[in-house]
Design a protein around this ligand. Structure first.
Ligand SMILES: Cc1cc2nc3c(=O)[nH]c(=O)nc-3n(C[C@H](O)[C@H](O)[C@H](O)COP(=O)(O)OP(=O)(O)OC[C@H]3O[C@@H](n4cnc5c(N)ncnc54)[C@H](O)[C@@H]3O)c2cc1C
Length: 368
């Protein structure tokens, strides 16, 4: 039986752990969750109308969204974790016509988009009473995922399968030895799913990684909307999205702070930025914004071209990082693809990304 270490228990690591074939592997998952992006995030799974032009990213995000029905079935995710709530896109009317055309075009290769409908202001408000009566495009296939609830559930599943968890910050002595506390342990394979920390973790082994931390803050308002669990999510024009969850919880997020490094403070500036961005869309801004609020703060990883990367670094090391703002959409699928690779030897991922060496290289290769 081979020994596998997964370092990093975010959405990739936890999904990967659950898809590994336990008959062949003895799996240990190391995680020290300070600043973890997945736990801080709660987000929208609705990549189809993104303005990003990177075709490989779109293919990955589209296939990542299409993977959700399998994920839900394989791990019995309930509505506290994921719900196909539908997405509202609020834009000026002219842009809505363009988005409608794009949605219909994209639906040809992404039937998961579901029903596409232009809503009048009244219809928008009926669907999501928090909003002013503004026209919107609705797509029924969009959903919302609570990162923290997902991890809690998947950890339970992983423990039931016999996966061993160690809550510690680890380092690598070489490509097959993990150091934690006073201990060292050898593994046949090590998978690094450490988000933005990949750079510092692999530096002692001589790797250079194109990766930066990005701070994200989102606001969680506790409102009296009893039916909030039935509301669609809303992608507002600008930075902020409204993400209703069960029991009156309404999330507003998220910031993208490139200059904040590893800082995890909750800031009034984030509150101002997000609420200012949402205010003109809200029917009764003061009512929502006066509700008790708490923050979720995490650190995303992003690369120079904002694209994720994953694959084999050498015979023992696998890596995955750089998921940026769309990691809830792409992360479970990347975890699954890595598990499939370990289970079957098939690496079906070239179509989704540039060469791994675009983002991570050994210093010897760089010098030669
Ligand atoms: C506020 C916010 C909102 C977001 N909203 C959305 C959204 O709407 N839609 C969407 O698709 N995505 C969203 N994202 C992005 C998404 O959450 C991330 O891209 C994704 O969760 C990254 O997952 P990961 O597994 O790569 O890394 P992470 O979740 O960061 O997990 C990596 C783990 O590795 C641990 N680790 C690192 N180094 C070590 C070490 N040496 N030893 C032990 N453990 C270590 C870390 O502490 C962490 O626990 C959002 C992110 C944030 C912060």
């Amino acid at each position: 039986m081979q020994k596998i270490a997964i370092i990093g228990g975010g959405i990739i690591g936890m999904t990967l752990a659950n898809y590994l074939d336990q008959k062949n592997y003895q799996v240990t998952l190391f995680d020290e969750p300070t600043g973890q992006a997945t736990r801080a995030s709660a987000g929208i799974i609705s990549p189809w109308l993104s303005k990003r032009r990177n075709k490989q990213w779109y293919q990955l995000a589209k296939d990542g969204a299409a993977f959700f029905p399998k994920l839900i079935q394989d791990f019995q995710l309930d509505q506290t974790i994921y719900q196909q709530s539908g997405t509202l896109l609020l834009r000026p009317e002219k842009q809505l016509d363009e988005l409608l055309t794009l949605a219909e075009e994209r639906k040809k290769s992404a039937p998961e988009i579901g029903a596409i409908e232009l809503l009048s202001g009244e219809q928008t408000q009926r669907a999501l009473p928090l909003l002013k009566p503004l026209p919107a495009l609705k797509i029924s296939g969009g959903g919302r995922l609570d990162g923290k609830a997902y991890l809690r559930h998947m950890r339970k599943k992983a423990e039931e399968k016999g996966i061993h968890f160690i809550t510690q910050h680890v380092q690598l002595a070489n490509s097959h030895t993990v150091c934690f506390g006073e201990n060292e342990e050898d593994f046949d394979q090590i998978i690094l799913t450490v988000g933005p920390h990949l750079k510092e973790l692999t530096a002692p082994l001589g790797y250079r990684v194109d990766l930066r931390p990005q701070k994200g803050q989102l606001l969680v308002f506790q409102t009296g909307f009893k039916t909030s669990g039935e509301f669609p999510v809303a992608m507002l024009d600008g930075e902020a999205d409204l993400i209703p969850f069960l029991d009156g919880k309404i999330l507003l997020g998220a910031t993208h702070e490139n200059e904040a490094g590893w800082n995890l403070e909750e800031t009034p500036a984030a509150f101002e930025q997000l609420t200012d961005s949402a205010r003109s869309f809200l029917a009764e801004p003061e009512k929502l914004l006066a509700a008790p609020v708490h923050y979720r703060v995490g650190t995303r990883a992003y690369t120079s071209d904002f694209a994720p990367f994953f694959g084999s670094l050498n015979e023992q090391l696998l890596v995955a990082s750089g998921l940026g703002s769309s990691g809830l959409t792409t992360g479970p699928y990347i975890g699954y693809l890595l598990a499939q690779y370990l289970n079957t030897g098939k690496a079906d991922w070239q179509v989704y990304q540039k060469e791994l060496a675009t983002y991570i290289q050994h210093e010897k290769t760089l010098e030669s």
